[in-house]
Structures are given as structure tokens and as C-alpha cells.
Ligand binder design. Structure first.
Ligand SMILES: CC(C)(COP(=O)(O)OP(=O)(O)OC[C@H]1O[C@@H](n2cnc3c(N)ncnc32)[C@H](O)[C@@H]1OP(=O)(O)O)[C@@H](O)C(=O)NCCC(=O)NCCS
Length: 195
């Protein structure tokens, strides 16, 4: 496995997490609004969790299981979220996951990061498929997937339990044969600010 690359987009840098990011991760991911629509981010977010999560990345990457990037807003040199791919080598596919700190929502940052990850997944990792899922009520996440031209693949009813409620899971996916780097480039696509 090559060292984890750093990816650059118009406004963002996607880089490996460092131990020094832990406080910021705890602050951003420890927001109830971020936890509410994710399967794996608890609220409250305990001390030490961010450190342990960041420390797990190196081995996961080395073993080709997960690649996780910190999303950094270049203009402020500020970490604003996380994005990653959980890889199934056997099936040449990966599951995409992400969160953005709530102060940075609705500015196209997630969409911009996802476009870079799709390109990385298809071009560098030569995956055949990238898929993702979200709680049915998480309309923002669904919108991100539509904007990057992932396709609806179905609903798994009451598939998750979060805060004592069963949640429907919506699945989206995109195949390598459907991915176009030109369509994935917001500039080529006539879009503003990655939106
Ligand atoms: C989902 C999430 C990552 C989106 O990040 P973001 O940077 O705000 O996403 P973008 O700005 O790229 O796109 C969001 C889109 O959703 C739209 N949107 C936001 N809230 C919406 C709502 N309640 N209903 C419909 N659309 C909504 C925005 O208008 C935007 O679409 P547009 O560009 O067409 O206007 C962010 O909300 C988040 O981190 N949520 C908590 C964690 C989470 O849910 N992670 C994903 C788990 S699957």
C-alpha cells in the first residue's frame, strides 16, 4: 500500500488525521446534531474516543480496510469534518461515510469532498463500486449523493436502531462505469462552490 495521499479540491484539503486533531474531532463530532443522523457517532462523545479513533487509522489503512481523511478548509486551515471509504477488496467496492461540523453545513463542502473521494476510489484504488447509506430522514445526506450522481438502490426498513427508534436505511451507489471525472468536476459542470 502506498502512503495515504493528500487530496486537494477547490476549497478543501483531504489529508490523514493526526493525533493533534483529536480535540477538534471531539468538539465537532460531539455535537448532538452530528450524532443524530449517524450510526456510529455517540452522544455524548466520550473523552479518549477521538484519540482512539485517530490511532486506529494507520493500521486500517495499512491493511487496506479503511481509508479516512480529515476534511480541512484551506482558507482557514481548519478541520471541518471527516470522510472515508471502508473497502471490500474481494468485491472491489467501498462504503463511503462522512460528517461535517454543523457550523459548516450547506456550503457544498461535503459534496466537494465526496467528489474527490469518488475520483480517488475509482482512479487510484480502481474500485468497481462505491456505495453509501443514510437514515431516511437525513435529507441533506441524500441530497449530497444525488448531487454526485449516485443512484438510489433501495430502502432497508427499520434497519438501524438509534436512540431507541428504528430507522429506515436508504442505499445509494455508483459504479466505476457510471463515474465521469468530468461530471465530477464542479468547474467543468458549470457549478459554483462545489454545490
Ligand atoms: C450530511 C452532511 C455531511 C452534509 O454536509 P454539507 O457540507 O452540509 O453538504 P452540502 O452542503 O454539500 O450539501 C447539502 C445539501 O443538502 C441540502 N439540505 C440540507 N438540509 C436539507 C433538508 N432538511 N432537506 C432537504 N435538503 C437539505 C442542502 O441545501 C444542500 O443541497 P443544495 O446544494 O442542492 O442546496 C452534514 O449535514 C452532516 O454532517 N450531518 C451530520 C452527520 C451525517 O448525517 N453524516 C452522514 C451520515 S450518512
Amino acid at each position: 500500500m502506498k502512503p495515504q495521499p493528500t487530496l486537494e479540491t477547490q476549497r478543501l484539503q483531504l489529508r490523514a488525521f493526526a493525533a493533534t486533531d483529536a480535540d477538534r474531532v471531539q468538539r465537532l463530532a460531539g455535537d448532538r446534531a452530528v450524532s443524530a443522523t449517524t450510526v456510529n457517532i455517540p452522544y455524548p462523545y466520550e473523552d479518549g474516543r477521538a484519540e482512539a479513533w485517530i490511532a486506529s487509522h494507520r493500521l486500517e489503512y495499512k491493511e487496506g480496510r479503511v481509508v479516512t481523511f480529515a476534511i480541512v478548509l484551506r482558507s482557514e486551515n481548519a478541520l471541518i469534518g471527516a470522510i472515508g471509504l471502508t473497502i471490500s477488496e474481494k468485491h472491489s467496492r467501498a462504503e463511503l461515510g462522512y460528517w461535517i461540523g454543523s457550523a459548516y453545513w450547506n456550503q457544498g463542502y461535503c459534496t466537494e469532498a465526496v467528489r474527490a473521494l469518488l475520483r480517488y476510489g475509482f482512479e487510484d484504488l480502481t474500485l468497481n463500486k462505491i456505495h453509501a447509506s443514510f437514515f431516511k430522514e437525513n435529507l441533506a445526506s441524500g441530497r449530497v449523493m444525488e448531487k454526485v450522481r449516485m443512484l438510489y438502490e433501495g430502502c432497508r426498513r427499520q434497519h438501524f436502531q438509534k436512540e431507541n427508534e428504528f430507522r429506515d436505511r436508504i442505499d445509494y451507489g455508483i459504479l466505476r462505469s457510471e463515474f465521469s471525472p468530468i461530471a465530477a468536476d464542479p468547474k467543468q459542470n458549470g457549478e459554483r462552490n462545489g454545490k
